[in-house]
Write a protein that binds this ligand. Structure first.
Ligand code: ADP
Length: 541
């Protein structure tokens, strides 16, 4: 017997319709690349998104056509999120930090038809425009007054396209399994692969993300997504905004500590989200200027491991609670979030901090397990570590155009991460499989070692990589960037590890560098460091 309830497809446009009807006056604030602060509302967002949907149709964008963006977080990007997906086309968010050759490869692979870009990225677009095989229209995301002189023939003006239409438009209804948006993995090994989200997966993921033990968002929140809208849909915050009616604040290109801090304060931001490297800049600024946060309640930190030293600084110094989260492009991206259970609230502060080094508990919708080298499931004892596999309705089944073959193992997606899971179900990533240091047949997790190094007051950033060793095959080598003006010797840093990790885990050597290379999503590029130090001779060798 079937249930007797209504069938409504879970469509991205329904989020916007909800926000317009129920939270129409709620504000959306953006720092624009034109230099000013722009204010709009969900009501205006909905109207302009309908106009934009009509404008896209005039440009010949049809069902499932790809519309690409090269843009910061801002209201125009948000309009594209809704107009493109809502009209049945596919929003393809390109990462502007990629090498131009990669942008060309990805845009060609996606067969993008229209490319919309912020003025910042005009030089990049001009550099690649003639090589893009499928793009028919280039749209500068600005108004007539700011239209640049450009070599691109027939460059269109975004605001003109929107203004040329009225807002009488009904969002089309279609199968919720239709594709809504497309993101490519960063492809540290091999070519980038496309992850093609559906309306259903995106809406379900937004429900999961908003839950109290996940990002915990409501209409009382003011959310500033620092995580870019070109990085896995800004962890779904543009959708969560409409779903909950929260005020949204978009930082545009101003991702330095000072610009972010000013926006946090002036717009009374309560929640933010981003990768650890961005928070480093913010904390350094706030520390240096002796400031405090007056409205910030919590921040979501993920994308790479959040060092406990950072959690401590946010919580103890500034009263901003840290939610350590884990996910990946293939997971829309959220998988786990580290929020407390009742029993944790009474723990001594140091134990709570240790718990927060874990990536946390699965959100409903994500099932996970760890397996050993033989593929057999490992116990949830917080000790056994193995490859982490996941499954669920917002997790990839196949890459776009079948790239790379069938990624699943018995219906589970292998994440490439190595993790432990404790008896409460709190997962902790020890490493990426390709970053694990294999010392004499035993594995050493680099994240633990980096966390220790990051707790040293003179260390700004630390990466631990495997260096060749004649006896042990590999031993840990710590690559360290010091804080400006800080004094630190190799011996002092190694001594700092005493008693904090097992003796045989202590790195064999430390090298100091001016900068650690970061990838397009702000993560340390260990493959580059491994290449740089491939001939490094350890003093223990
Ligand atoms: P890529 O960097 O490969 O493009 P993603 O941006 O999707 O891909 O990153 C996913 C990977 O980032 C995860 O598989 C994991 O290795 C790492 N990651 C994400 N969040 C965390 C976290 N909180 N702690 C440790 N690693 C993380």
């Amino acid at each position: 017997m079937l249930g007797l309830m209504q069938q409504h497809p879970l469509l991205i446009s329904s989020l916007l319709v909800h926000a317009e009807r129920h939270h129409g006056a709620q504000e959306i604030v953006s720092r624009r690349v034109e230099g000013d602060i722009h204010r709009t509302s969900y009501r205006e967002l909905a109207a302009r998104s309908r106009r934009l949907a009509k404008a896209l149709a005039v440009l010949g964008v049809g069902m499932s056509d790809r519309v690409a963006t090269l843009a910061w977080n801002g209201y125009r990007h948000m309009e594209l999120y809704y107009a493109v997906s809502g009209s049945g086309a596919v929003l393809h968010t390109l990462n502007p930090r990629l090498h131009p050759d990669q942008v060309v490869y990805i845009a060609d692979h996606a067969e993008d038809k229209v490319l919309c870009f912020d003025l910042t990225f005009l030089p990049l677009v001009e550099a690649v425009a003639s090589r893009l095989k499928t793009v028919k229209h280039f749209v500068a995301m600005t108004d007539r007054a700011h239209m640049p002189a450009s070599k691109i023939a027939g460059l269109l003006c975004y605001d003109e396209l929107v203004d040329a239409q009225d807002d009488r438009y009904d969002w089309p209804q279609f199968d919720e399994n239709q594709a809504s948006s497309l993101c490519y993995t960063s492809g540290t090994t091999g070519n980038p692969k496309g992850v093609l989200y559906s309306h259903r997966s995106s809406v379900l993921h937004a429900y999961g993300a908003a839950l109290p033990d996940a990002l915990n968002c409501s209409s009382r929140d003011v959310i500033l997504p620092v995580v870019p809208m070109f990085h896995v849909n800004a962890w779904s915050l543009p959708y969560v905004g409409c779903m909950t009616g929260a005020k949204l604040v978009f930082p545009g290109a101003g991702l330095d500590g000072k610009s972010l801090y000013e926006l946090f304060e002036s717009e009374k931001v309560t929640v933010s989200a981003g990768v650890p490297t961005v928070w480093q800049g913010l904390l350094a600024y706030v520390d240096g200027a002796g400031l405090t946060f007056s409205t910030m309640k919590r921040t979501v930190i993920g994308g790479s491991a959040c060092p406990p030293a950072m959690t401590r600084a946010f919580q103890d110094k500034y009263g901003v609670h840290v939610l350590h989260a884990w996910g990946m492009t293939e997971m829309s991206p959220l998988g786990t979030v580290c929020s407390f259970r009742t029993k944790h609230l009474a723990l001594p502060p140091e134990e709570r901090l240790a718990l927060q080094a874990k990536q946390g508990q699965a959100i409903f919708g994500v099932d996970m397990k760890i397996v050993g080298a033989d593929g057999k499931e490992l116990p949830w004892d917080g000790k056994a570590s193995g490859e982490l596999l996941v499954r669920g309705p917002w997790i990839v089944e196949q890459y776009f155009k079948g790239e790379g073959g069938d990624p699943l193992q018995d219906g589970w997606f292998p994440t490439g991460d190595v993790a432990t899971i404790d008896p409460d179900g709190y997962m902790q990533i020890t490493d990426r499989a390709k970053d694990v240091i294999k010392s004499g047949g035993e594995w050493i997790g680099s994240i633990d070692l980096e966390n220790v190094a990051m707790a040293h007051p003179a260390v700004a950033m630390a990466a631990c990589i495997a260096a060749k060793h004649p006896k042990w095959d590999e031993r840990p080598l710590l690559v360290v960037m010091k804080k400006p003006g800080a004094e630190l010797t190799r011996e002092a840093l190694l001594a700092f590890f005493d008693g904090k990790v097992a003796k045989w885990w202590i790195p064999d050597d430390v090298v100091f560098v001016d900068a650690i290379p970061l990838g397009a999503t702000g993560k340390m590029q260990k493959n580059k460091l491994r290449e740089q130090f491939k001939d490094h001779v350890l003093p223990t060798a």
